[in-house]
Design a protein around this ligand. Sequence first.
Ligand code: MG
Length: 449
Amino acid sequence: MAQLMVSISGVRGIVGEGLTPQVTLNFAQAFGTFLGNGKVVVGRDSRVTGEMMKNAVFAGLLAVGSDIIDIGVCATPTVQMAVEHLGARGGIAITASHNPIEWNALKLIDATGMFLDEQQGQQVIRIVEEKSFDHVTWEKIGKVEKYDMATNDHLDAILKLDFIDAEKIASRKFKVAVDCVNGAGGVIIPELMKRLGCETVYINREPSGVFPRSPEPVPENLKELCKKVKEEKADIGFAVDPDVDRLAIVSEKGKPLGEEYTLALAVNYVAQKKRGPVVVNASVTKAIDDLAKKYRSEVVRTKVGEIHVAKKMKEIEAAIGGEGNGGVILPELHLGRDAPLGIALTLQQLAEFDGSISMLHRMLPQYFQSKKKVELADKATATIIDKIIKQYAKEKIDLIDGIKIQWDNEWVHIRASNTEPIIRILAEAKSMERADALCYKFIKEIESA
Ligand code: MG
């Protein structure tokens, strides 16, 4: 795997290898140059390398004359919301999201609280490449100001949503088990659970940045949480990734629902209460289409990536949107994936429902997704995808992002990674066996292409 990945949303890599203090400083200085004068919010997840990264970011921003609002260790959606609330020019979240412990990254945010788009990201990359950084003399060097209320503001905004009735949730006296993977979730989730009046038991609550397991909240990494839910006889379990934009749910039976169902549950709830289109990326479960049909909403699909979903949501005034990796976006709150929001919406729906989370899950359309990838060394991924497009031109295909081939109750989505020489293959069907079989069929076709 490459040690440094530069993309429109920022830069990420293994700290001390690809991602050095120099690289970090260059990107921060380039971002400050891109933004021009003004305030920049900086927050970070709990990673051990976060403090070093933060100091490099500070140096880069201060050198161009940007003033910094330091909001400390917090969730990525907290940084996005603080940019908006505090009227900043932009923000930087220092986090490698779900990547392993040795990684870190910068996620760059514009004045709207959304990640940079293609065009903005290219501008920052160009400044880095050309080293056309601004710098100011001593009297214009930026200042650092600390702001401790960003997490509190974020929670206030969630609790103020029309959809959320904290008293109703508290009246159900839910017992909840939570796995924060020792990430930034430990800063925001305990306070959220207190405000929602839940009895909560935790694993991996300390925001130490020392992840006790692989930090992506996919079912195979949630065994300890599943056990905890059963031991404690909890009503539900929640797991978040280290920067708290992705949420996974475990049923009272100690079974992971699969991240696709975090968004499906949220859509099921919001689409009943509010008119408007639902925006999801091309890979998200067909359960969303089935639910939208039921509640007479329209589904609009985008390329994979939060910024693509968020921009489309803004453009068409969507009711709700998100990504199938556990990322729920509600425009009333802000246009970014938000795990604390996902928790509040899930508990609200459960509070209004006369039954358990596994009963609620069973009422949703049931699909199974298989996710595979093919590593191609130096073969051109685009050429292979073009071949498949030609071969399947007569089927019902969608070319928003790679190729998606759709049949009645199943589909295959094949796309090239933006950052690595791999092709990702996702298949969805009415059983896991069938979804796996579809993936393997296309892996064969790709390998022989
Ligand atoms: Mg994340």
